[in-house]
Design a protein around this ligand. Structure first.
Ligand code: FES
Ligand SMILES: [Fe+2]
Length: 442
């Protein structure tokens, strides 16, 4: 459980909140690059509870700015995306992507003061198919994150964006709550359903594994482990990386180039981005023929986007229709009666309420990763509040490169972190540099 005050500190990310201040030290993935077309429509963008406008100018440059015009606060959503800038439709002032006022046509030339007016615009960079923005106070922003998956060629990367109607940390905790996997997703799966050659068969036979978890330079990590062949453990490793990234164990460790980003839109809506490598080996949830096990195939259909602040990347299966739960399917096909792993996850994290009251919980030993991750995130916030000290990943994002999620089998003689370090030496990486693992002491 968590006190109400700690829960508030962890969850709220608006301007001036402790977690919001910490997040603003990092680059934030604002939207997909593909969502903005040169000279196309401006887009309402809700980010860390700030109402912003995103647009791409004639030269392809992206602007992200406060949605209210600095003249008399009309929304720039209605603006005309004209040659080299966005023109407010109320009195015609025009701004470039950096917020400079280019034109003030309702003021006589002798009284023009465009050089003293700026729209509040944030710095923007594009990488890995995303528009990243820096919303913090530094004149020179820190380096961009350098995850392997962001550095892959575009054609080798799969990106899925969907909105969750709940707080960002609630969504993130679903990624590191490994204990649910054996129930929510594969609760109806029997050992005989699984490819006898797949190393993942061990997780089906034993749904109450032991756990190790520790703090790291980039956040936290855990391993769930259970006996495999005599003398071996089957491990599933995963990570939390400050401030809102996770690496889940969805596949074999050696080729698990992936990342999930839980980006707060506001305190009760989260844009979740799942990135994965197309060339990874198949996960547990497929049969030996490579087909999806019944009830687990993805079935992500989207509502049409709207211009509303919450109108992007919403799924058709949602709380209003109980995610299309099918009680017959629940009896005979899968554990939940809900089709698809993603939808099952969505249901589990949203059904707690839009911002869960963690004082009602009773955490178990299987929640160790969740407990240390809350502690790690809260300590990072408190340190930042005290004297502005930022986590090491802000200025040295290369630290993230010691993190890899995934499953493997290793000797029981090896300590869990030694087994991890050994596997890291052979893990595939587009950069070929996955060899370091600086860790805080357990
Ligand atoms: S409010 Fe935008 S130009 Fe007047
Ligand atoms: Fe899940």
């Amino acid at each position: 459980m968590l006190t109400a005050a700690s829960n508030e500190m962890l969850c709220r990310t608006g301007p001036g909140t402790p977690m919001g201040n910490l997040m603003r030290e990092y680059w934030i993935p604002a939207c997909l690059s593909s969502e903005l077309k040169a000279d196309g429509e401006p887009m309402r963008l809700l980010l860390l509870s700030e109402q912003l406008i995103a647009f791409r100018d004639t030269d392809g440059r992206v602007g992200i700015m406060e949605h209210r015009c600095p003249h008399r606060c009309a929304s720039l959503f209605f603006g005309r995306n004209e040659q080299g800038g966005l023109r407010c439709v109320y009195h015609g002032w025009k701004f470039d992507v950096e917020g400079n006022c280019l034109d003030m046509p309702n003021v006589p030339p002798s009284q023009d003061f465009r050089h003293r007016v700026r729209a509040k615009a944030y710095k923007v960079v594009e990488r890995g198919g995303f528009v990243w923005t820096y919303m913090g106070k530094r004149a020179e922003p820190p380096p961009l994150p350098s995850f392997d998956i962001l550095l892959l060629p575009e054609e080798e990367r799969l990106t899925r964006a969907h909105q969750r109607e709940c707080n960002w940390f609630q969504s993130l905790e679903g990624d590191i709550d490994t204990s649910h996997f054996g129930f929510l997703h594969i609760g109806a799966l029997k050992v005989e359903d699984v490819d006898p050659k797949s190393i993942h068969r061990w997780s089906v036979g034993d749904r109450a594994p032991d756990y190790k978890a520790t703090e790291t330079d980039w956040g936290t990590m855990y391993a769930a482990y259970r006996p495999a062949e005599p003398g071996d453990y089957y491990y599933r490793f995963a990570h939390y990386m400050l401030p809102f990234f996770t690496l889940t164990p969805n596949g074999s460790f050696e080729d698990q180039v992936a990342c999930t980003m839980n980006v707060p839109m506001d305190d009760t809506h989260t844009m979740v981005y799942n990135l994965s490598w197309k060339k990874k080996t198949r996960p547990l949830e497929t049969t030996k023929n490579g087909e999806w096990i019944a009830g687990l195939a993805p079935d992500a259909k989207y509502l049409p986007n709207t211009n509303d602040w919450h109108g992007r990347n919403r799924l058709v299966a949602r709380k209003e229709n109980d995610y299309f739960i099918d009680r017959e399917m629940q009896k005979h096909v899968n554990y939940t009666g809900i089709q698809g792993i993603g939808r099952q996850d969505q249901a589990a994290v949203e059904c707690m309420g839009d911002l869960v009251d963690r004082s009602l919980e009773h955490l178990a030993p299987s929640d160790r990763m969740i407990a240390i991750t809350r502690k790690r995130a809260l300590e990072a916030v408190q340190t930042h509040m005290k004297d502005g000290t930022v986590p090491a990943t802000v200025d040295n994002p290369d630290l993230y490169r010691g993190a890899r999620g995934g499953a493997f089998v290793a000797s029981t003689k090896l300590d869990w972190l030694a087994a991890y370090a050994e596997k890291l030496q052979t893990a595939k990486s587009p950069l070929g540099l996955l060899t370091r693992m600086p860790l805080a002491a357990e």
